[in-house]
Design a protein around this ligand. Structure first.
Ligand code: CP
Ligand code: NVA
Length: 303
């Protein structure tokens, strides 16, 4: 069966560990100036229904570094924007390119696309999950602090797509996840339940970060929730990651944010720009971990 990457659960634990190891190798090769054009003439289709800086650039650069090519497709320029069904688009594109990534709204749109694609499909963010970001986050933690298994990680803020992918990561990488959200902004109950004792939920950021090895957060209003911004700013006012909050975590605790960030909202400037922050490594690792992902998916296709 064709291997896609729609959520972190699409790969098994051993595959994920290997992928991160490979990401570290590919990073070292690039740093050493060692060319690795493993996928000459291979093409990636990139469908973006939402904005992006990191995801677009990391996938495009990844394909260029592999000697291949990436095609950026936005609804403004394609027939998708004029109502061509996603299933038809999947059938056509997958006869022309070797791998496809999609950033869209409904997770079901991504699933419909994958069901009709002859080539591997990557989730580049939906309203429900952002698994590519978690590959980078896990790589970054391991590089700075060693194995994540058994560690305690705190998620502060919205029970959103990033939070859902952290829950799946707790299952796949065996860490404890403590989530603190405002009331009414909890993660999906079924996604939580599937993680069992690995994940706990509360409404008190202080309790969630106590002794944690890493604190991660995200914007209060995700893409598509722009009209809720004012309401959310009020609901999330006590959920800013500040110096006082970070003091309750382990003294070696890292701070992560998938970016883009809003200083003075979900995170204080002194934290994101301070010594505990690893957000720039995290952003860079999108490139390396996605290269390892592309390799895994393209190799199975030709196997
Ligand atoms: N973190 C992330 O996915 O960033 P972009 O929205 O810039 O791609
Ligand atoms: N939760 C954010 C993540 C952006 C990378 C959003 O969906 O907009």
């Amino acid at each position: 069966m064709l291997q896609h990457f729609l959520t972190l659960l699409d790969l098994d634990k051993a595959q994920l560990q290997q992928l991160l190891q490979r990401a570290v190798e590919l990073k070292a090769m690039r740093a050493a100036g060692e060319d690795h054009p493993y996928f000459k003439s291979r093409t990636m289709g990139m469908i973006f229904d939402k904005s992006s800086t990191r995801t677009r650039v990391s996938f495009e650069a990844a394909m260029a570094q592999f000697g291949g090519h990436a095609i950026f497709l936005s609804p403004r320029d394609t027939q998708l924007g004029r109502g061509e069904p996603i299933e038809d688009t999947a059938r056509v594109l997958s006869r022309m390119v070797d791998i496809i990534m999609i950033r869209t709204y409904a997770h079901s749109t991504l699933e419909s696309f994958a069901a009709n694609s002859k080539v591997p499909v990557i989730n580049a963010l939906t309203d429900l999950y952002h698994p590519c970001q978690l590959l980078a986050d896990m790589q970054t933690f391991i590089e700075h602090r060693g194995p994540i298994k058994g560690r305690t990680i705190a998620w502060i803020g919205d029970g959103n797509n990033m939070c859902h992918s952290y829950i799946n990561a707790a299952r796949q990488f065996d860490f404890q996840l403590r989530i603190a959200t405002p009331k009414g902004y909890e993660p999906d109950a079924e996604i939580m339940q599937a993680a069992g004792d690995l994940v706990s939920l509360c409404h008190d950021p202080k309790a969630a970060v106590e002794g944690a090895a890493m604190v991660s957060t995200d914007v209060w209003a995700s893409m598509g929730q722009e009209e809720e911004q004012t309401k959310r700013r009020q609901a999330f006012a006590d959920f800013q990651v500040t110096q006082d909050l970070m003091r309750l975590a382990d003294k070696e605790a890292l701070f992560m944010h998938c970016l883009p960030a809003h200083r003075g909202e979900e995170v204080a400037a002194e934290i994101i720009d301070g010594p505990q922050s690893v957000v720039w490594d995290q952003a860079e690792n999108r490139l390396h971990s996605q290269k390892a992902l592309i390799e895994l998916l393209l190799k199975q296709k030709s196997a």
